[in-house]
Design a protein around this ligand. Sequence first.
Ligand code: PXP
Length: 255
Amino acid sequence: MLLGVNIDHIAILREARKVNDPDLLEAALIASSLSDQITIHVREDRRHANENDLENILKYCKCVVNLECSVDMIEYALKYKPHRVTLVPEKREELTTEGGLKLDSKKLKENILKLKQAQIEVSLFIDPNLDDVQKSKELNVDFIELHTGKYANIYNALYTNINQTSYAINELMLEKNKLTTLFNEELVKLKKSAKLADDLGMKIAAGHGLNYKNVRNVVNITEISELNIGQSIVAYSVFVGLREAILRMKALVKR
Ligand code: PXP
């Protein structure tokens, strides 16, 4: 299974002081030498990576570069031409990408076409349900990325102490048996969505909230060929260094 490393959280550290430290390009060079793909998300508010990062990373890194952006930001994709664009929903007030794309917009359809005409591979970040997989196929994309955020949140509620902290999610303050049912249901949704996408001939990635503890179940879904992981790798790298953090994740995603 392939590993894509999302380095946005290194850029978040840089933006805390705005003195180009840590240097995102240095992180990208390390990540690109150890993984199969690197991802940055250029958000409207530039809270982490920006278009200069995209330009430099494309110039100096010898791996697949996946730009995450909203449908309103594709001008940078068309200008710098990354290998892949993953279209994601974006809300200014959110901490991170909260749900999958809404697939019915005219703008989405038009912008997919523009990206494809520019020979950029297009992936859609979608919630794991059969309807959205089918709609993605109708939108003529070759790639989807299944949102694993809900799976990860339920995992945390079930197997960590998060419900005893201020980071608890209200809807997941449930008894263990209810959480176990939800957890199994979410895994089934991921498996069925991956199976349908595979049957429809699309490539399948997955990501969001995956970490060293919860990644195994997703690795076991054989139709998924790539995982995109950021926050947990960068968090662990604070203790062991970026190189070691990536290598340990790589060992876990190996089939
Ligand atoms: N995939 C997509 C589409 C994302 O938006 C993100 C978060 O930026 C990730 C993967 C990585 O998520 P995480 O940082 O939680 O590993």
